[in-house]
Design a protein around this ligand. Structure first.
Ligand SMILES: NCc1[nH]cc(CCC(=O)O)c1CC(=O)O
Length: 330
C-alpha cells in the first residue's frame, strides 16, 4: 500500500459527507445477505413468544407460511426452519427426525406449496427429537458418531423429499457431509445444496435457542465431544477443507461475532461461499441492552451485521433478518 505523508494524505477528506463516505465504503450489507432462522410449532393460528429472544416467536405452520411470504416480499433469499418438538415425540433413537410428516417436513411442504420465491433451509441434527437433547445418538453416555450419521442421512433425505433447498447439518459428527452427499446423489436430489455447520463451536451463546426449541431441559451434559473447542483455529481450517472435499457447497462458522477471525480466515484461505450464524445469544445480548436503552438497537444491528461482510462472509443467519431488511428498504 502506498501512502503519502500528512498533509498530502488527509483521511478525513473522504469522510466529510455521507455521499463521500458512501462512495468509498468497501463493504455493504444488503437484503441478499440474509438467512432468517424461524421456529415452528404445532397447531393452527398459534404463536408464542420466546422470552430470552425478544421479538422472536414460535409459529404454527399456517402463520409461518404468512411469515415466509412477508420474508419473500422483503427480498430475504432464505429462511431456515427449526422445529419445537412435542416432548412426547422425543426418543432415544430419535425416530421422529426422519418421519416424512414431522413438523419440520410439514412446514417445508407448506411453504413449498405456497409457491414463494424463497429458499428453504432445514437443520440436520437430532437434538429436537432426542430424549437426551444431544445432536447424535447416545449410548451409555457416549455420543455415537457412525450410528448418528446413519440417522442424519435418513433425516436429510426426508427433508430433501419434503422440498428443502439447502440442508444445514449442525450436528458436528465426522463424515456426515460425505454420507449425506452420496445419499442425495443416489436418491434423485443431486441439486440439493449443503451448507455445512463446519466450524461450530461448543458455545454458551446457544442458550436462548435451546429455550426456543425446548431442548434446554432435555440436554444431559454438554456438547464438547462433538462441537469445537473455542480455543481452536487450525482445526477450523482443517474442517473446512474436509467438508469441501466431502461435497459441502457452503461453509458456516458459528457463533458469529466472537468468531469473526475464523470467518475471515475461511474466506481468505478457501475463497468459498462462507456464512456466519449470529446466534441466539448474540441476538439476546443486543436486544437485551437495546430494551434497557443501553444501546441503540437499529444501529448495533446494522453495525454487527456489517462486520460479517467486512470479515468476508457472503451471508449471515440472523434473527434480525426481517427487521434489518425493513430498515435497509427505507
Ligand atoms: N443442532 C442444534 C443447533 N442448531 C442451531 C443451534 C443454535 C442456534 C442459535 O443459538 O441461535 C443449535 C444449538 C446447539 O448446538 O445446541
Amino acid at each position: 500500500m502506498t501512502q503519502a505523508p500528512y498533509p498530502a494524505a488527509r483521511f478525513r477528506r473522504l469522510r466529510r459527507t455521507p455521499a463521500m463516505r458512501a462512495l468509498v465504503r468497501e463493504t455493504t450489507l444488503t437484503v441478499d445477505d440474509l438467512i432468517w432462522p424461524v421456529f415452528v410449532r404445532d397447531g393452527t393460528n398459534e404463536r408464542d413468544a420466546v422470552p430470552s429472544m425478544p421479538g422472536v416467536e414460535r409459529l404454527s405452520i399456517d402463520l409461518l407460511v404468512e411469515t415466509a411470504r412477508e420474508a419473500a416480499d422483503l427480498g430475504i433469499p432464505a429462511i431456515c426452519l427449526f422445529p419445537y418438538t412435542d416432548p412426547s415425540l422425543k426418543t432415544e433413537q430419535c425416530e421422529e427426525a426422519w418421519n416424512p410428516d414431522n413438523l419440520s417436513n410439514r412446514a417445508t411442504r407448506a411453504i413449498r406449496d405456497a409457491g414463494l420465491d424463497i429458499s428453504i433451509m432445514t437443520d440436520v441434527a437430532l437434538d429436537p427429537y432426542n430424549a437426551n437433547g444431544h445432536d447424535g445418538i447416545v449410548r451409555d453416555g457416549i455420543i455415537l458418531n457412525d450410528e448418528s450419521v446413519d440417522a442424519l442421512v435418513k433425516m436429510a433425505l426426508a427433508q430433501a423429499d419434503a422440498g428443502a433447498d439447502i440442508l444445514g447439518p449442525s450436528d458436528m459428527m465426522d463424515g456426515r457431509v460425505a454420507a449425506m452427499r452420496a445419499a442425495l446423489e443416489s436418491n434423485g436430489h443431486k441439486d440439493v445444496a449443503i451448507m455445512s455447520y463446519t466450524a461450530k463451536y461448543a458455545s454458551a451463546f446457544y442458550g436462548p435457542f435451546r429455550d426456543a426449541v425446548g431442548a434446554s431441559g432435555a440436554l444431559k451434559g454438554d456438547k464438547k465431544t462433538y462441537q469445537m473447542d473455542f480455543g481452536n483455529r487450525d482445526e477450523a481450517m482443517r474442517l473446512v477443507e474436509r467438508d469441501l472435499m466431502e461435497g459441502a457447497d457452503m461453509i458456516m462458522v458459528k457463533p458469529g461475532m466472537p468468531y469473526l477471525d475464523i470467518c475471515a480466515a475461511v474466506k481468505s484461505t478457501f475463497g468459498v461461499p462462507t456464512f456466519a450464524y449470529q446466534v441466539s445469544g448474540e441476538y439476546a445480548m443486543l436486544m437485551g441492552a437495546a430494551e434497557r436503552g443501553w444501546l441503540d438497537g437499529d444501529r448495533v444491528m446494522v453495525e454487527s451485521l456489517s462486520a460479517f461482510k467486512r470479515a468476508g462472509c457472503d451471508g449471515i443467519l440472523t434473527y434480525f433478518a426481517p427487521r434489518v431488511a425493513r430498515l435497509l428498504q427505507e
